[in-house]
Ligand binder design. Structure first.
Ligand code: NDP
Length: 272
């Protein structure tokens, strides 16, 4: 029987096994999916061991998405654009690398929440692996302006340059008065340590605010946004489920329905 896994460090709290097993139950497929702790620089060795056990596909999470991109023998256009891989599939004797994070975010925003991105002005806070994965799909979703802000400004400038799109710029977050953004997306890891990325409070007024983190770790940012006038807020649980559905489609050729899985996880994780 073929084996699937999520690899990263730390990995203990990953919900991916639960999500993929639930998709298996919904689609009638016999899914065997494990968590594997893999430290930085350890992915090549972990994948060799995984192949020896009939490993057919892996989700790759922090901090290994760049390593997975370098190790993939072929990559999808969206992985190429992100320069990061979150899904590996064993195909034709090598690892095919894809990036489903952006597609997962767009589907959560537009389908699950019903928020159109057409003509929106969007701020992405963060310039790490997650931000790299979402900027291309956001641009494809019809937004008119994308600003990127990051604690380390050089990384924000690099990501802007890599986008090669006139709609993208480094954020000027020194606003007074109405927020220049319709949508604010927190793609930083600040919530892991209970921190807020440094942003003016006025940025949240009237904006849709989304945090890629989910559950209690997203609450620092989302509560702050609510308190400063956000018109709607959401955490990244829907994105997590939707990016998993895209990986499942790549591996099994069928896209599972996500509503019941998302509802079950929401009950476990708590409100957004
Ligand atoms: P990386 O380690 O690649 O990047 C971390 C980013 O967070 C950098 O931009 C970093 O800034 C910033 N950052 C970290 N700490 C702080 C802080 N205290 N204040 C301000 N900025 C900070 O991580 P990823 O980009 O891969 O992941 C970011 C988050 O997104 C993770 O928490 C992850 O769980 C979540 N995520 C959720 C997904 C989902 O499906 N819901 C999918 C992918 C990611 P600097 O460059 O200055 O260090």
């Amino acid at each position: 029987m073929s084996l699937y896994a999520v690899m990263g460090y730390p990995i203990g709290h990953s919900l991916s096994p639960e999500i993929h097993e639930a998709f298996g139950a919904l689609t009638g497929l016999d899914v065997r999916y494990e968590r594997r702790e893999v430290r930085p620089a350890g992915l090549a060795e972990a994948l060799s061991a995984f192949r020896a056990q009939e490993g057919r596909g892996a989700n790759i999470t922090v901090p290994l998405k760049g390593e997975a991109y370098a190790l993939a023998t072929r990559t999808s256009a969206r992985a190429e654009r992100a320069r990061a891989v979150n899904t590996l599939a064993w195909q034709g004797g090598g690892w095919f690398g894809d990036n489903t994070d952006g597609a997962g975010l767009i589907r959560d925003l537009t389908v699950n929440h019903g928020w159109s991105l057409q003509t929106r002005r969007v701020l992405v806070v963060g310039a790490g692996g997650a931000a790299q994965g979402i900027v291309g799909p956001l641009l494809d979703a019809g937004i008119t302006h994308l600003a990127i802000s990051n604690r380390n400004p050089e990384r924000a400038r690099d990501l802007v340059a890599a986008c090669r799109d006139a709609r993208v710029g480094v954020a000027d977050t020194g606003v007074a008065g109405a927020s220049p953004f319709d949508v604010v997306i927190n793609a930083t890891a600040a919530g892991l340590s209970g921190d807020l990325p440094a942003l003016p409070d006025a940025l949240f007024e009237g904006a849709i605010v989304y945090d890629l983190m989910y559950g209690p770790k997203a609450q620092v940012f989302l509560s702050h946004a609510r308190a400063h006038g956000a018109c709607a807020v959401a955490d990244g649980l829907g994105m997590l489920v939707e990016q998993a559905a895209e990986s499942f489609l790549l591996w099994w050729g069928v896209r599972p329905a996500t509503e019941s899985v998302l509802a079950r996880l929401r009950a476990e994780v708590g409100a957004a």
